[in-house]
Write a protein that binds this ligand. Sequence first.
Ligand SMILES: [Zn+2]
Length: 438
Amino acid sequence: MKELVIKCGTLIDGTGKDVIHNARVFLKNGRIIRIDTENSKLDDNTQIIDASNKTVMPGIIDSHKHIINNGGSGIGVGLSIKQIKENIKQIYSGGVTSVLDLGSANFLRFIPKLPIKQPRIFYAITILTCPNGYPAEYMNKKYYKLGSVKECETKEDIKKAIKSLHKKGVSAIKTAVVSRTFDNKPQKCWTDNQLITLTDEAHSYGLKVCAHITYVEDYAQAARCGVDSIHHAAFNGKMNERDVDDMIKKDIIFVPTVSLCDLTIKGLEEQWIYNPAYNPPVNERIKENMRKFTDAYKLCPEDKPVGDFFVKLSKKEFKQALFYQLENIKEYIKRGGKIAMGTDSSLGFSLHTTPIREIELLALAGLSNIEAIKASTFTSASVFGKEKEIGSIETGKLADILIIDGDVSKNLSDLQYIDTVIINGKIKYTKNKKLNLS
Ligand SMILES: [Zn+2]
């Protein structure tokens, strides 16, 4: 296989280091084989991509996704193979080269039907929870039967479930630590003993544990019982400072997934679906559901649950949730905690098209642009233990690379100008069909 070299204008390597100007990145057999700044003579048969007035950075990694979900207010609305294929196309067109799918019913059944041209897909398949634990409050049991959720009670149940998921090739174990429902009623949750069994067992297979949490009351339990990443910034108040310190001390990665709430509120308040310029890449059933959701939101008083949404949240709570989420991210960043980028796409108006809003919100909460890119690449890979293979532009790593028409180190919104997406050393997407290959 021929050697490929990318002449970089601005290189952001994803490790958090300062940008390098005028470097060259050499690729061969799907890997990064060398990075230099010396401008030495190239072999005659080396292919060149000239990105000398562009940004070169690692492919984005979304560490919390639901590929099979679409927009709108209900789970499973508009689900079709055609739509899933469209989602996949949108994902890599938006610069995402790897995703961790954290819960999708019947996921494995869809894998053989997915297009060959796709991002790397890592998955957890099933949420492990205690009997009647989250998400029992809203998820129809038919999805449990399709593999979305597995309830476990005894040590043996937990061990058996993890063994079976490991056999199915999962890259992480997804669980939930949620002690109350969205409308503030008590909800069954793991005991410490159960959760420690789960984390110990997952770790014995080399699997990281990702915990869904939404209430300030539950972070302490997750931290003391050994989870590796905590997904979603708390909705209902400011996280306890001691819990935040415990999480940071234990090196827990925080995946705030704040854009889901932000984009949903914006989409509803600004009535995007009635704007002729808003033409989301989703089927008519999903668009119809977005209209229904928008109408229900408009008609609803501030303090009553918004009709047509799968959880009972009022407009007031929606807006408060966004406020608290941002405050909690700021605190985690201020205290030096690790942050990773996950969109939780898709529901509401957060689609699979681009993760830019999530990345911008992380920067708004206090990360520098370079740190926000690290959160969206290297640290995201760490959520499922793949940071030695993907997530940065370093010698020996798999060649998942983006070329951006702009300077991302100065302006994160330049991420919208995706020029080229390279996965495994191969060009999967390019803005110009006639690529500057010489
Ligand atoms: Zn999720």
